[in-house]
Ligand binder design. Structure first.
Ligand SMILES: Nc1ncnc2c1ncn2[C@@H]1O[C@H](COP(=O)(O)OP(=O)(O)OP(=O)(O)O)[C@@H](O)[C@H]1O
Length: 604
């Protein structure tokens, strides 16, 4: 319950931040409409008196009671409208205001999740739950308004009941309390069911999507794995259906109990009215009033079940979102404003002091590693697969935080600078690059967002990244959409072509630090050599960090650092390392010997 309350407070604050007038207006209106029937009932008892005199005496003009009948009709109409307004209508109104608002907030907050967190399965699962619950705020605001107005309405009906008799008040109160208690009990049970459904749905979704994705479908067809995938999906989905069924049965049972409760309540009230009328203690006016009261109370109570269910569902989602986002580091704009954007002085641009890092709880990828990178230096990082080269780069770019040790940029830790300073100063290409569903120009231009429209600059970057020749075969030139899955007219690039576009993106920026992680792994030999020389030409005066398995590329660097076993195995220039005859020399000789095969194809 504590978490639900926190979720309600968090959600309310968020809703007020996204659109305050909306929630205030509809809350006031729905409360007004909810109390109106009881207020009218209370003050227009005399109308009922007139009608009852007409009915019991059978005398007088019918025309005289027409206004009273119309007012009674109005009371019932207002009750009906307020009951309708409380459900689907309010949901629709709130959906417009809060669904996109919550999505936007989540997109902003997701930017602050460290990549090391995002790569954890637990985080990925939680994030799935978070984004699949964008309707939570709509649920909270609409059902919150409904419930508040219904509770106010019930209280006003109870006041009318009290004005009639203590017995009517007590029996109405008992009916209301029992109905609400049953709803609470049922929603408590549902909560457990939802969490199980969510888990199995996630599992089922994964298998369901595999045959739809080009890459995974290819594997499934090659290895004829479709049946196996279907079985896994069936297994996961059977559990979802079982739990859904359990939930629906629970709700059906609750509705039956609530309806039975209402008939018992009405039965007791009617018996009381009959006996009171028989004893001459109650006139038709009071009986009519009591019947209107019962109908109004029952309408308010019956809606509570659905609204409570919706509110609970919304709070469940908001709690997941609240916990997820409160655990992610946030940038406080005020604190950030006090920090500097000015790097310190000195020759050392990056310094890693005894840095250790592990993904999840696995063995450390980097273990007590220390490294200094000079300003203007071209540094090559070499090492076997999994040695930690990409991880080291991500740490340098502040995308991952070390578990221990220190990372300094121009003599100061990242925390000393304004948020994102390193991203404003360093451009990077990663081997697992991603091409967005944008145009070619935007895909390259995004490397320097302010210059996306600068066609000349984009063309120059494409020239440096070796992507200019691709333009000739693109039907729409720079405006061609990338990726056919999203846009019919989109282009699908080959691995090497995509890599050239992504490398061009890095060349867009005029940043003082450039980082390339395997920029030529998919290129043909000619394109690879062009890529090398372009990077070399661009380097002039900048700090460049290169990750490459191609020794021919690495040897051009001012310094080569060989990573192994979580640390630096050796470092120096090409000739030094060859003379040393260590790991680097081994890499070099292994690669070199493939170029020395004799004409028969045999190795020497
Ligand atoms: N997101 C992740 N979650 C868990 N483990 C990871 C993740 N990314 C990398 N690793 C692990 O960390 C280790 C180092 O990976 P990294 O990508 O830094 O190596 P690398 O030297 O760049 O390798 P390669 O030469 O293959 O590109 C690997 O063993 C890898 O399995």
């Amino acid at each position: 319950m504590g978490n639900k309350l926190k979720a309600a407070a968090w959600g309310t604050r968020l809703a007020l931040k996204i659109n305050k007038p909306m929630i205030v207006f509809w809350l006031l209106l729905s409360v007004l409409l909810a109390v109106l029937p009881a207020v009218i009932l209370f003050f227009y008892r005399s109308i009922l008196g007139q009608i009852s005199v007409f009915i019991s005496a059978g005398t007088g003009s019918f025309n005289a009671v027409i206004p009273s009948i119309l007012i009674m009709g109005a009371i019932l109409t207002v009750s009906g409208i307020s009951a309708r307004l409380n459900d689907d209508f309010l949901y629709m109104v709130m959906f417009d205001a809060y669904y996109l608002g919550l999505e936007e907030t989540m997109m902003d907050s997701a930017q602050r999740i460290p990549l090391s967190e995002l790569s954890k399965k637990k985080t990925a699962d939680e994030y799935f739950a978070v984004i699949s619950r964008c309707g939570s705020l709509t649920d909270l605001t609409s059902s919150g308004c409904v419930l508040i107005s219904k509770l106010v309405g019930i209280v006003s009906f109870l006041a009318v009941a009290l004005s009639i008799s203590a017995f009517i008040f007590c029996i109405t109160l008992a009916y209301v309390v029992l109905s609400i208690a049953l709803n609470l009990f049922n929603s408590g049970k549902n909560q457990v069911v939802w969490s199980v459904i969510r888990e199995h749905l996630h599992h089922a979704d994964y298998f369901e999507k595999l045959p739809q994705n080009g890459d995974t479908a290819k594997e499934i067809r090659i290895y004829e794995a479709a049946e196996g995938i279907k079985k896994q999906w069936n297994k996961a989905y059977a559990k979802v259906e079982e739990m859904e069924m359990r939930k629906n049965k629970g709700r059906a049972r609750l509705n039956t109990v609530l309806e039975t409760g209402f008939y018992i309540f009405m039965g007791i009230i009617l018996l009381y009215c009959i006996s009171a009328a028989g004893a001459g203690r109650m006139g038709p006016d009071t009986i009519l009033m009591i019947i209107s009261l019962c109908a109004g109370t029952a309408a308010a109570v019956s809606g509570i079940s659905r609204s409570w269910h919706q509110l609970d569902y919304g709070l469940y989602g908001l709690d997941i979102q609240r916990r997820f986002f409160s655990n992610t580091p946030k940038v406080d704009p005020e604190e950030d404003g006090k920090k500097t954007d000015e790097p310190g002085n000195g020759d050392i641009i990056f310094e890693l002091k005894n840095v250790s890092f592990a993904y999840n709880d696995e063995a450390p990828v980097l273990d007590n590693l220390s490294l200094r990178i000079r300003k203007g230096e071209t540094l090559a990082l070499v090492g076997i697969n999994g040695a930690g080269k990409t991880t080291l780069i991500k740490i340098l770019l502040g995308l991952l935080k070390p578990d221990s040790g220190e990372v300094l940029f121009m003599g100061k830790p990242y925390d000393a600078y304004k948020h994102g300073l390193i991203n404003r100063r360093a451009g990077a290409f990663f081997q697992d690059f991603y091409l967005f569903h944008f145009t070619v120009q935007e895909n390259v231009g995004i490397g320097n967002v302010g210059q996306v429209e600068n066609e000349q600059m984009v063309l120059e970057a494409m020239d440096k990244g070796g992507a200019l020749p691709l333009l000739r075969k693109l039907p729409g030139g720079l405006t061609t959409m990338v990726n056919r899955n999203v846009e019919k007219a989109g282009v699908v690039f080959s691995g090497g072509e995509g890599q050239r576009i992504a490398v061009s993106r890095t060349h867009m920026s005029d940043k003082e630090i450039l980082i390339f992680d395997e920029p030529s792994s998919m290129l043909d030999p000619i394109a690879e050599m062009e890529q090398f020389s372009q990077i070399r030409n661009t380097a002039g005066g900048r700090t460049v960090i290169l990750v490459s398995h191609r020794i021919s590329f690495a040897r051009l660097a001012d310094r080569i650092v060989v990573l192994s076993g979580g640390g630096i195995a050796e470092q120096g220039v090409h000739d030094e390392l060859i003379n040393r005859n260590g790991l680097y020399a081994q890499f070099f000789h292994e690669q070199a010997q493939w170029y020395k095969t004799d004409s028969s194809g045999d190795q020497p």
